[in-house]
Design a protein around this ligand. Sequence first.
Ligand code: ZN
Ligand code: ZN
Length: 383
Amino acid sequence: MSSGRDYYEVLGVDKDADAKTIKRAFLKLARKLHPDVNKEPGAEEKFKEVNEAYSVLSDERKRANYDRYGTAEGPGGFGSDYVDMSDIFGGGFGIDDIFDSFFGGSRGGSRPARTRGRDMGITLQLTLAEAAAGCKKTVSYERLAPCDDCNGTGIAEGGHETTCTRCNGTGRVTEYQRTIFGQMKSTGVCPECGGSGKVIDKPCETCDGQGRAPSRETVEVDIPAGVHSGQSLSVKGKGEAGVRGDVAGDLIVRIEIKQDELFERQGDDLFCKVELDYLEAIVGKRVRVEGILADEEVVVNVPAGCEYGQQVRVEGKGMPRLGSSARGSLYAVVEVIAPKGLDASQLASIGALVEARGGSTDGDAPRKPRFHAHGRKAKGAAK
Ligand SMILES: [Zn+2]
Ligand SMILES: [Zn+2]
């Protein structure tokens, strides 16, 4: 897909150019190189190159990837099942729209009517546990599906498809247009057959000869273990059906993972809290916590002398890494709480321990006051 040339160079902009500058540079080049206008050899190639550069640099995420990794897809990409969602979910401004906006309706004739089905996007919510284990999810949505009554052909019973007489089956007609670039001869799509070169004498009434009709679709989506929020996967051919049996679009399923009550995810690592009282923190403790996978128990070995907020790592107990059998780490974040309900003899033995270590429970020898020693400077003091 990549032309190999530097995208910034192609558009003639600086590496730190802002979105406006990039768009302006693109429009200027596109106007100059558009195949409807520029018949010079090589112009079309350049035009494609400019389009490619713009499609990457105009998309914040792709541009960031390109800057960092040299490709719009980022490190290693995601495999063919994953496609970019920006056009579907971002409400992006496609290149086609830009052309329509400056070539106006007059250009309408030069591009064949769209007969391929469009991709469709839906968002699927998962729990963190579902994302960890991988799962199958059934999604239900409305789409233009192949028409049942004509099997997607658009032809009613007894009807036929014949060659369009206006364009002799070529799907294109030549016309002369007055445009901002002067009079141009342009070959456009045949208005009679929409570019297919074929007409139907008796169109299917259900779908008006389109070969597709609205339908409620139910699809089972296979979610791989380790998927991240914001990632998407596509179900081939389950987007909008094409006109009269043309290629269908894909269903793009974007994953959204709900906040979990126990675990916080960072990449493939998980964080959870474990509570210990002071005494346990002093001697250390094996803490058993629930893992992210079903029926999983994780043993966290909190070392002796553990401090508040310390993170104890358990390797291989985090989220599964997508497309691999490895797993990230689980970090148990230690919260130390005061032990409650100690009786007099327990307090006495702890007191004895304090004294045995050279401390005192009955006031230390005089020492220089520190800000927290007698509460004097404590007010408003920061550490
Ligand atoms: Zn039909
Ligand atoms: Zn025609």
